[in-house]
Design a protein around this ligand. Structure first.
Ligand code: NAP
Length: 476
């Protein structure tokens, strides 16, 4: 199947249609938005078999994982529909007038939220359903009342077009303006850049590499009218195993951790990349158990040849690093799926080389051996911003544990006290996005119901006329 890149004039027409659609969709009631979101979920599910087969052909992620991802995608769409029906985007603060001179006295103020306008949405390579054409960003923007223009990911082009066709069908069947959903396709450096720079685009959402994200963020901010750029970039997701956790169930944790490192061939944004383990015999045993479990695993092919090349380069740099000891270092021919890789270093060596603090995307992890909690904290601080930090064994609030939890909260968007960081629940309490580089806007989340907040902007209505106040937060 061949696909044409979107031309400059086509892109302009698609964004203009989104802008035209915004005049009505932005003011649409809950029922309209919820029906659209549910309709999209139903349509995805109705085409499940064909879509999953196409996704598997293009991504190698396997039908079990892809079916699960499709379930999550329709769950997200329906979940946002419920949020809209519950009035979340229309919630407002009513602040009645107070008689008298300021600062005590003030006029009647209603703090409402309005949708920002057409959103540019960059599909992620590693979630062909859940963070692509009808993924979390699209669902959140539509729930907020914003039309969406998707930039398809070239790693799953046929799937993107199939899902976009299906979405356009739902929009038409519901009698909504065509521009509520649009998609462009082509090189990021051309089509993606033009999209972010288009004057009618009001915000952009992105999941991908630090390099691509920074280039697009710069474009978003260099426009005559800069726009918010919600980028989810790299993340190392350090995990700290305290001695008590290893003593209680080290072997079980090692087994589960190997599954987390190799899940999706290590191509999860939350894949654990640095494992902080205490020095000494229990730590040695844990590392050996982890290596055994990794050795027994059989990752599938990576998403693209480019990602495989990136993994091989990162892995080779670790394997030849003078301060690192390779624990598990099997290699595989390019035509075969990659083998998991595990290396080990002490805290001083890790802290001394900033190159080791970077993400290696794929089934690889680096064990950092520490003398105690103080060194573990230094490791977290050296890595910096991350989507997650996992701490095993923080059961008692000792001074050291409290300091570790505080340090983890400073660098991560989500701190886990059990389990593994892969697998991100879509719910009200979720926070997916921490300090840079894990997010360009750490005050926001790209997963969970709060993701809708990115596409709503507060407006204070001062002494609003009766008809406007009576809309109770519903934009006009
Ligand atoms: P990517 O290369 O950043 O691509 C994501 C999107 O951005 C694509 O649509 C791409 O268009 C566009 N793009 C890339 N560079 C651009 C630039 N300079 N200017 C304008 N647009 C640009 O990410 P990817 O393809 O998903 O994966 C590449 C690497 O990103 C991975 O190997 C991994 O290291 C990292 N990654 C990290 C995460 C995470 O969450 N931590 C997730 C996915 C990927 P094109 O298709 O034309 O390139």
């Amino acid at each position: 199947m061949t696909f044409q890149d979107t031309t400059v004039s086509q892109l302009d027409a698609i964004v203009n249609a989104a802008s035209n659609a915004f005049t009505t969709y932005g003011a649409s009631p809950a029922a309209t938005r919820a029906a659209l979101l549910r309709g999209l979920a139903d349509a995805l599910e109705s085409q499940r078999t064909a879509l999953v087969a196409l996704a598997d052909q293009e991504t190698h992620l396997g039908t079990a994982r892809l079916n699960g991802e499709l379930d999550r995608t329709s769950f997200q769409l329906r979940g946002f529909a419920t949020q809209v029906e519950q009035g979340v985007p229309f919630a407002f603060t009513d602040d009645p007038a107070v008689a008298g001179a300021p600062p005590v006295g003030h006029p009647h103020l209603m703090r409402v939220r309005v949708p920002v306008g057409p959103v540019a949405m960059f599909s992620a390579s590693n979630f062909p359903f859940a963070f692509s054409v009808l993924g979390g960003d699209t669902a959140a923007a539509l729930a907020a009342g914003c039309p969406v223009v998707v930039k398809a990911h070239r790693g799953h082009r046929a799937l993107s077009h199939a899902v976009a066709d299906l979405a356009r069908g739902v929009v038409a069947a519901q009698g909504l303006p065509t521009g509520v959903f649009g998609m462009v396709d082509g090189r990021g450096t051309e089509v993606g850049m033009s999209l972010v720079q288009h004057p009618l685009i009001a915000a952009a959402a992105f999941t991908g590499s630090v390099r691509g994200g920074l280039a697009l963020e710069k474009a978003a901010q260099s426009r005559p009218r800069p726009i918010p750029f919600f980028g989810e970039l790299g993340s190392v997701n350090p995990l700290v195993a305290l001695p008590s956790a290893l003593a209680a169930k080290g072997a079980e944790l090692a087994q589960g951790l190997a599954g987390s490192i190799t899940m999706g061939c290590g191509q999860f944004c939350t894949s654990p990349g640095v494992i902080v383990v205490p020095q000494g015999a229990p730590g040695d045993a844990f590392v050996a158990q982890l290596a055994d479990a990794l050795k027994a695993s059989t990752p599938h092919h990576m998403l693209t040849a480019q990602m495989r090349a990136g993994f091989d380069a990162g892995r080779a740099a670790w394997a030849t690093h003078p301060g690192l000891t390779t624990v598990l270092g099997e290699t595989a021919a390019e035509s075969q799926p990659p083998r998991p890789f595990l290396a080990q270093i002490n805290a001083a060596g890790f802290l001394a080389d900033p190159a080791l603090h970077e993400e290696v995307f794929g089934p690889a992890a680096l064990v950092v051996r520490v003398a105690g909690t103080a060194e573990a904290i230094e490791v977290l601080q050296a890595i910096g911003g991350s989507l997650t930090v996992t701490i095993w064994g923080a059961d008692e609030p000792s001074e050291e544990v409290v300091a570790l939890v505080r340090a983890a909260s400073q660098v991560a968007g989500r701190v886990l006290f059990s389990g593994y960081p892969t697998g991100v629940a879509v719910s009200a309490g979720q926070q997916h996005g921490g300090p840079f580089p894990s997010s360009t806007q750490p005050g926001s989340t790209s997963v969970g119901w709060a993701a809708m907040d990115r596409f709503l902007r507060p407006v204070a209505l001062q002494d609003a006329p009766g008809w406007l106040a009576a809309r109770q937060g519903q934009p006009c």
